[in-house]
Design a protein around this ligand. Structure first.
Ligand SMILES: [Zn+2]
Length: 216
């Protein structure tokens, strides 16, 4: 089963994707994971990607898709895969579709995590991270100490610039501009797409995801 996760930053699809992958007994992969793995393993495509990284350039979509093709063709992914953050734009949806067609496979399920922007702004701006070890915390204040920090006993909690309300609204705007067409693209191509109301407890959302994926 090949599952594509779509959803805005802070919607919890990373956590839900890991749980779904475990339930389906398949790997969960993200674009960052597969590029890092290819670079670490020194594959020919990995070396090409590393050249872009080392120059400080973005790895082009076509190279990313080549790496994803190689990853999806590997035996570890034969039973299926949960793809998190692999499809963010229409060209990526088309690219993935092309790769899967070549491999004689297809996207079986698209899960669309839906949640109101203001809920995400509230959630993400309530998050602080330890400056030293980057561990995230909810319900703590900037300036407090991370008492059990493994990196620095004086580790201090800070709000990341990315998690300021204004920055979050910008990230959500980018998501809306890039991803709304992806949803339309999957609809036009007759994908099996299901919406998940990503509000409430983590376990509650997991129950919705499992129901959508037909996992007991
Ligand atoms: Zn820490």
């Amino acid at each position: 089963m090949i599952v594509v996760l779509l959803g805005p930053p802070g919607c919890g699809k990373g956590t839900q994707g890991e749980r779904l992958a475990a339930a389906l007994k398949v790997p969960k992969i993200s674009t960052g994971d597969v590029i890092r793995a290819a670079m670490k393993n020194g594959t020919p495509l990995g070396l090409q990607a590393k050249a872009f990284y080392d120059r400080g350039d973005l790895v082009p979509d076509t190279l990313i898709m080549d790496i994803i093709r190689e990853t999806l063709a590997a035996p570890e992914q034969a039973r299926g895969v949960v793809l998190d953050g692999v499809v963010r734009t229409t060209p990526q949806a088309e690219g993935l579709n092309g790769v899967l067609t070549e491999l004689g496979r297809k996207v079986d399920l698209v899960l669309l995590f839906e949640i109101a922007d203001e809920e995400l702004v509230g959630r993400l701006s309530a998050r602080v991270v330890c400056e030293a070890c980057q561990s995230p915390f909810m319900g703590r204040q900037p300036g407090e100490r991370h008492a059990d920090c493994l990196k620095d006993p004086k580790g201090t909690l800070v709000r990341r610039k990315d998690d300021e309300p204004e920055a979050i609204r910008n990230r959500l705007t980018v998501y809306g501009v890039q991803t709304a067409p992806v949803i339309g693209w999957y609809r036009e191509h007759g994908a099996n797409m299901k919406s998940i109301a990503a509000l409430g407890t983590v376990d509650g959302v997991t129950a919705l995801v499992n129901a959508a994926a037909g996992v007991a």
